[in-house]
Design a protein around this ligand. Sequence first.
Ligand code: PMP
Length: 300
Amino acid sequence: MLIYMNGELVPKSEARVSVFDHGFLYGDGVFEGIRVYQGNVFRLHEHIERLYESAKTLDLEVPMSPEALTQATLDTVAANSKRDAYIRLIVSRGPGDLGIDPQSCPKPTVVIIVGSITLYPDESYRTGISLVTSSVPRIPTQCLDPRIKSLNYLNNILAKIEARQAGVPEALMLNFNGRVAECTADNIFIVKRGKLKTPDLMQGALGGVTRAAVLQLARDAGMTTRETSLGLHDLYNAQECFLTGTGAEVMPVISIDGRTIGSGEPGRVTLDLLDRFRELRVRDGVRVDFKTAAASADYK
Ligand code: PMP
């Protein structure tokens, strides 16, 4: 396995970051999780754009252009000869002093890992999963905008721990006003009277790349879509519910807090969107050039 580290491709055993990196000390940094399907990097430009937007808000200057980072990502996939993969792109504040001041960190760390991910067993896509509502609210936008995909996931991790303790794989997170925000690593959708609804981003959700793709797929299929404010009442009484995410793709939800959703089985619209997403993911990506990239002069 070859890892991209600050402009070089190095073997996994040599891919190390400093213990003084503020990404390690304070969770100061941003990241992306991206999928490669049959040699196509899914929505690469959207992920790169979100990474730069997250960094901008944190006043973190990515030490290369979006075009160069895009190329480095494609080259790292090619160098690892993986046609189906999960890419983790990380830009941390870099090594500095002990103390939170980012000014002591002159050089951000850029890492690209090409690995794999299995968030849910295959069976869950046929049976659906259950959720519980976490007692931990999503961080309010005024404190740390959840649209920033930062290295600090403690808010979500606390909710994930509650899900595990309740024996379910994912937790629903409400915002400070008790409205539905998202799950710990996925966006959430419901279907009600033929309309597809998802919390608008100001409820405290990450602008998921999969979320945007599914909204588009639904509109293209003639469905009415709404980004709006939703409460638990709306979710409990939905006809269908599902999650979206780079890892999860489109995951049916069949129960929330012990309430059965719809028929208690993955719904028709959900399964149709899952099919459409599976079809989209192999054709809608940036192609990796497996031949030339490995010979790229920039990387040893
Ligand atoms: N919300 C959170 C908190 C996430 O971490 C993620 C990414 N796993 C998502 C939603 C889904 O976003 P995407 O579709 O871009 O993976």
